[in-house]
Design a protein around this ligand. Sequence first.
Ligand code: NAD
Length: 370
Amino acid sequence: MLHAWEPRNLKRAADEHSLSISDITAEAARLPAFDGHERVWCGRDEDSGLTAIVAIHNTKLGPALGGTRIWPHESFEAALTDALRLSRGMTYKSAVAGLALGGGKAVIIADPKHGKTPALLTSYAEMLRRLEGQFITAEDVGMTVQDADFLRGRAPNVVGTSAGGSGNPSPFTAEGVFLGIKAALRHRNGTSRLSGLRVAVQGLGSVGWSLCEKLYREGAELTVTDLDAARTAKAQRAFEAETADPEDIVTVEADIFAPCALGGVISKETIPLLRFGIIAGSANNQLAEHGDAKLLMERGILYAPDYVINAGGLINVAAELSPEGYDPEAVMKKLAKIPATLTEIFRRSEQQKRPTNDIAAEIAMERINR
Ligand code: NAD
């Protein structure tokens, strides 16, 4: 029963601010996505309209780092499930990328276009401060570098900032995805040549746009879509792209599908309709369920596990925390390992006739338990 999370039950009289933070780990444990999270908090502030969830999945390898997603989820339970799935993904992402970081993620239930007020962000910054460094955050869907700067001015544990930070992680994520697409092509076709191949890109935000630029430069033909029709039209012009309606992008015919919007786009409902040879994109939690990778394998579709191919942004923001300080060259070196890791996953998957995401999870668990 989710009524226990209603704001009136979360107020603590002792708080001098209108923000109240509750430990909702026990409640979150009832959801199928829980997967042994260490801690989950909910911050509410009626004055600013803040409802934020911070989920810490696993800190065995280091402190939990994960982006903050600002999105108008249809219910609190949907937002909590999103936070839990994203946070778990961060544990695996850090482990596979060889980073000394744990997995965590935050979700603020708000419309990033109209609901992201200074009051809301101030209140969220206070939540971050009061968690006393148990969670380090950066950008995700709905949160920009300017937002990160705003938060950093009010809370210490924010990375991906412009002033003295590593800046926007999205170009690094896009670069990793681009290299990952080439690795998938090399594995499948024996060549990473993109010229003349069609890539369907879903979501033309920070990562999707930057990815389109790289693909277009290499001669790929693009089919693009975004919920924002103006962005789709802009991409059509910029990349001489074909367009699809957002609900049709999964059924277009293309060599590669690059999901760069939200999660859950690959499911047992959509898999029979897919006409792609490769799925390789930036979105977190592309599969509605873990078992969907087996269905993809049975259909002969090569799936690049999301948390492996999209680790570029995390590698970049994590570099801010290194004792040597942020070094873009070191970042590019680490990022260049993404295609090799993917190639190893593809190879093992083929050899062992097991889905790529099972192999990726195995690699992550080996590193976490080492
Ligand atoms: P963004 O907010 O900049 O862009 C997301 C875009 O997707 C928006 O333009 C939105 O309108 C569009 N969109 C949402 N739902 C859609 C749908 N159903 N159909 C078509 N378009 C849709 O976000 P981003 O930073 O580009 O991130 C994109 C994805 O990559 C997210 O899943 C994010 O979690 C993941 N990711 C991002 C980074 C990063 O560095 N930014 C790193 C790792 C993973």
